[in-house]
Design a binder for this molecule. Structure first.
Ligand code: URA
Length: 312
């Protein structure tokens, strides 16, 4: 199949494409958790340890004002007979579950905002700031061009990412790579990809408040170092964490938000798109908005068309 045909199919902007053995969900089912997540979603962690600050205080960092926990509701099962999500990918929390907002916990001061790339990567690799370090195989720092104009932000590593130490290496990652390719973007050349959480939550459970708080400085520093012209937040968790809100993904889409001075576009999580084929075209529209936003950012900086670093 020719490349352009493949991309049209992959993005769902041609005839509807259904993965073998999977059933497309009906519109509106994007607010529901997948079968495989129902038992995990909302299950609280049994023991809440008091983390020991691992770093000497230097300058206070912003503590997140909220954390997000998904809770399963009775009757949340999708009506489709699609295979469990694990059949496609190893997905932590996703766009679909409702959220519960909790008050902030105080965060210990940190010097993360002073670190260069090497020091930051080493700090993350050795991080013991929360209990997620206890069961991880690898931290998942981020991948791609550290000077990219485009930054994509996901939620947290799944099983494959934990094994390989790289974000989005499962089926969702393949879809993501194909979507990026349609914009002449790739993690090998002109995109940087990172997650809000750097360690896999065991069993892909939802993150605890303090886990989000303790990981947040790493992503903040990555954004400061990359200095992207546009950020694409993938999935409800990533979007809510960045934008500090509890909005639904549909209300956050199709608008330009801002994270620390950088325009942010919100789109669906690629793992969600693997199950909800009818929303692939919406995700494509989101990427087109990101591209438009990127071009506008370049124009504002006086960069001529054709001289851009990332994306057509
Ligand atoms: N989902 C994410 O949000 N990030 C990954 O790295 C993998 C799956």
């Amino acid at each position: 199949m020719a490349l352009d045909e493949m991309l049209i199919e992959e993005l769902g902007i041609g005839p509807v494409w259904v993965r073998r053995g999977a059933a497309a969900l009906t519109p509106g089912e994007d607010e529901r958790p997948p079968v495989a997540q129902v038992t995990e979603a909302g299950t609280p962690v049994a023991v809440r340890q008091e983390p020991t600050p691992a770093e000497p205080p230097s300058q206070p960092i912003e503590a997140p004002t909220r954390a997000i926990r998904h809770e399963a509701k009775p009757g949340d099962q999708p009506e489709s007979d699609a295979p469990p999500l694990d059949a496609y990918d190893d997905l932590p929390w996703t766009d679909e579950a409702p959220v519960h907002v909790e008050p902030a916990v105080a965060e210990a001061p940190s010097d993360v905002h002073t670190l260069d790339w090497d020091a930051l990567a080493e700090r993350v690799a050795n991080c013991e700031r929360c209990r997620l370090c206890e069961r991880r195989t690898n931290t998942v720092f981020g991948v791609g061009d550290r000077e990219a104009d485009w930054m994509l932000i996901g939620e947290a590593p799944g099983e494959n990412e934990d094994k390989q130490g790289e974000p989005f290496v499962g089926q969702a990652g393949k879809l993501l790579d194909n979507m990026l390719r349609a914009l002449t973007l790739s993690r090998q050349s002109n995109v940087y990809i990172a997650n809000v959480i750097k360690c896999r939550p065991p069993g892909n459970r939802n993150p605890e408040l303090d886990e989000v708080a303790r990981c947040e400085p790493y992503l903040q520093r990555q954004v400061e170092l990359v200095k992207p012209k546009v950020i694409v937040a993938m999935g409800r968790f990533a979007a809510q964490s960045l934008l500090k809100n509890e909005a639904s993904i549909s209300s956050m889409r199709s608008r330009v938000h801002e994270y620390r001075g950088v325009p942010v576009i919100v789109t669906y999580h690629p793992a969600y798109l693997l199950r909800s084929l009818q929303d692939k075209s919406k995700a494509w529209a989101d990427l087109c908005l990101a591209r438009k936003t990127y071009r506008e950012a370049l124009a504002a900086l006086g960069v001529e068309q054709g001289a851009e670093k990332g994306g057509i």
